[in-house]
Design a protein around this ligand. Structure first.
Ligand code: ADP
Ligand code: MG
Length: 284
């Protein structure tokens, strides 16, 4: 569903250049739900704005469904943002219109897409119900809790049945219990509507509950954690999490800084090919 290869985004402000993405690789399957984690400034929001069609990459490859994000016209971009992706922004409030009710906000993108009124009403009710905020249909943002606001924002993002839902730190401003609720809401829409979900998060609770977590460091994907459930002999289920380093198409792998420190690996290392592994040794 999503393929990014060697994706680069350079921001130019005056004479200063910031490389927000420095050759990022990412592939997400249709129907998958993944978390993207990384320190502040590592390029997570930049990646999401590019996937949302709000920002344009400087170089590299970015495909979502049948769309090539580097070769879209202005009109393509409008259609892409309206129908292919739903985006929930980082600040809860910026997703909502203060003077509209929840039902009216979900209605808005469908009106823009010229959906007939009867269908709009039905879809808005279905979405708000699925997200557990059906009873809030006639309330304005000021009359909703933080968790309810976020679930309404998700409903708005899903109004035109996008194939991909992008959420930038959707639980960042919420307490633990509320953020668990919002995560469950995302899980529900992933299951019920089959929408592919990418969640940027700092929250270990969230990243611990998806099958795959991708870590971004310095504008590149550096590692992935895969989780699967296995059963003990007594039938009890437990989660196994395994961390993998990501190798890009040119064969580059990032060695975590604590490994580099532990073995004093600096600019040059020795690579030794063994029968079943590659060793990385200090130059000394
Ligand atoms: P994250 O979401 O992981 O915190 P961002 O994608 O927001 O990271 O930012 C990555 C880097 O790009 C940071 O160094 C940030 O300062 C820079 N950056 C982001 N947006 C802009 C912009 N519009 N203009 C200039 N620099 C930007
Ligand atoms: Mg961010």
């Amino acid at each position: 569903m999503i393929v990014c290869e060697s994706l680069v985004r350079i921001y130019q402000t005056g004479s200063i250049e910031v490389q927000a993405l420095q050759g990022l690789d990412l592939a997400v399957d249709r129907g998958e739900m993944i978390a993207v984690v990384g320190a502040s400034g590592s390029g997570k929001s930049t990646l999401l704005s590019i996937l949302a069609g709000i920002d344009a990459p400087t170089a590299g490859k970015a495909h979502v469904g049948e769309w090539d994000l580097l070769a879209m016209t202005r009109a393509d971009r409008v259609r892409y943002r309206r129908h292919t992706v739903g985006f929930v922004r980082q600040q809860t409030a910026s997703n909502l219109v203060p003077y509209l009710t929840a039902a009216q906000m979900v209605d808005l993108p469908m009106t823009a897409a010229r959906t007939p009124a009867s269908e709009r009403r039905e879809r808005a009710a279905e979405l708000l119900d699925t997200l557990g905020v059906g009873a809030c249909a006639d309330r304005r943002p000021g009359q909703l809790s933080g968790g309810q606001q976020m679930r309404v924002a998700i409903a708005v993002a899903l109004a035109n049945r996008p194939q991909v839902l992008l959420a930038d730190e959707p639980t960042g401003e919420l307490d633990t219990a509320t953020s668990a609720e919002v995560f469950e809401a995302l899980r529900t829409v992933n299951r019920e509507f089959g929408v592919t979900v990418v969640i940027v998060t700092h929250d270990p609770e969230v990243s611990g509950r998806v099958e795959r977590t991708v870590a971004i460091r310095d504008g590149r994907t550096s590692s992935e954690v895969l989780r699967r459930t296995a059963s003990h002999e007594n039938g009890e289920e437990h989660v196994i999490a395994e961390e993998y380093a990501v190798m890009d198409r040119a064969g580059r792998v990032q060695i975590p800084s604590d490994y580099r420190t532990a073995l004093e690996l600096t600019r040059r290392v020795r690579l030794v090919l063994e029968a079943d592994r590659v060793e990385i040794r200090s130059d000394q």
